[in-house]
Ligand binder design. Structure first.
Ligand SMILES: O=C(O)C(=O)C[C@]1(C(=O)O)C=C[C@@H](O)C=C1
Length: 367
């Protein structure tokens, strides 16, 4: 055996022994999760199913993993591993069905996997309305819907769905968005006649496309996956703008990477469900408030937050309805509705507004 082989053998023996310990510990952990499930079921009252998924606990576990990490693995890499460990443990307790805006390969699917890990069963739906309906009817345990993109702003359609459906926000997840140019064959960026892409992709990559492909025809389609399907169908004259995942799914070559106008382009998604989430120690609360359309209405609303020193993380106005003389504000702020000072502000808002809908308190995104 050469010196190199001897040294490698020693190290690999160490790795085998560590793997054996990790393996035993993983199954010990999984058994603990099974016992947790039994306890949840034993104490469940009424005919509702026990609540197996606990976003607040998962956020605490992931935050602790990142805090105690000493490297050499990066914080987010160890957290990603623990994310998957909790995902398999939860699947053992109860397989989770998660609805997302499809088709296969959307950024929303990536967000769902990032949040729930790869052991959750993610099911594509044709629209965000259908995602809400599926969760409300109990067909899926949770849903994942886009709420805000760093370059495009708030997805107002999602906000409006919270008025129509009685669902709660159980969590949030942020996803870095990377768009690439995908194509059949290896012609690079030459001879491109048509570009297939959805509207939101065009808004996020417009300057790059104007600089590189001003003369190519732009054809808007319903999703990045549909763009890829068209690029495959039409051959090398057409390209699709989509993600790595879509490139893999449709076996297309990536001929230009990361063409987003904002290098830190990201989208925030909400996890919707029918569950009140406990405190994790670093939480956000979202509400919908309806106020009369009068001068100073917003100022009066915001004063309550100012007086209680509560930081707003987002505010968006939506029209109540075309004929209505009311406005609806969607407000996100720091803190959990179980905290006394948040309860105080909610009570004040309640007496000042036509309607206040508490959409939920949930952990601030960890990963
Ligand atoms: O602590 C729990 O309630 C568990 O079910 C265990 C566990 C875990 O694997 O750590 C699994 C699923 C929950 O979403 C949270 C945490």
């Amino acid at each position: 055996m050469s010196d190199q082989e001897t040294e490698l053998k020693l190290l690999r023996d160490q790795i085998d022994s560590i793997d054996q310990q990790i393996h035993t510990l993983l199954n010990d952990r999984a058994r603990c999760a099974q016992s947790v499930a039994e306890v949840k079921e034993r104490y469940q009252q009424g005919d509702r199913e026990a609540v197996f998924y606990r976003p607040e606990r998962e956020a605490q576990v992931l935050r602790r993993v990142m805090q105690r990490n000493q490297g050499p693995l990066a914080d987010h890499e160890v957290a990603r591993l623990f994310r998957e460990i909790m995902s398999v443990c939860l699947a053992l307790e109860k397989p989770m069905h998660v609805a997302f805006l499809g088709p296969e390969g959307t950024f929303t699917q990536q967000a769902a996997s990032k949040h729930f890990g790869h052991s959750a069963h993610c099911i594509p739906f044709n629209s965000n309305d259908e995602v809400f309906r599926e969760v409300e009817s109990g067909g899926a345990h949770y849903g994942v819907v886009p709420i805000e993109n760093s370059s495009e702003g708030v997805v107002t359609h999602t906000l409006d769905l919270f008025k129509r459906f009685n669902l709660k926000i159980c969590g949030e997840v942020e996803l870095r968005i990377h768009h690439h140019v995908l194509r059949v064959g290896d012609e690079g960026l030459d001879n491109i006649a048509r570009i297939y892409l959805p509207q939101q992709t065009l808004s996020q990559c417009r300057s790059w496309l104007d600089t590189h492909f001003l003369s190519a025809e732009r054809i808007l389609v319903s999703s990045n996956a549909e763009a890829a399907r068209m690029a495959v169908k039409q051959g090398p004259a057409a390209v699709a703008i989509a993600s790595d995942l879509v490139a893999d799914l449709y076996q297309l070559n990536i001929v230009a990477r990361n063409i987003d106008d904002q290098s830190d382009n990201s989208t925030r998604y909400l996890i919707i469900g029918d569950q009140d989430v406990g405190e994790s120690g670093h939480d956000k609360t979202s509400i919908l408030v309806t106020v009369p359309d009068k001068a100073g209405a917003l100022y009066e609303l915001l004063q309550h937050f100012h007086q209680h020193k509560i930081s707003l993380t987002g505010i968006e106005t939506r029209p109540a309805s075309p004929e209505s003389s009311h406005s609806v504000f969607y407000i996100d702020f720091e803190g959990h509705a179980a905290n006394q000072h948040i309860q105080n502000v909610l009570q004040e808002l309640q007496s000042d507004t036509v309607e206040l809908k508490l959409l939920g308190s949930y952990p601030v995104a960890v990963l």
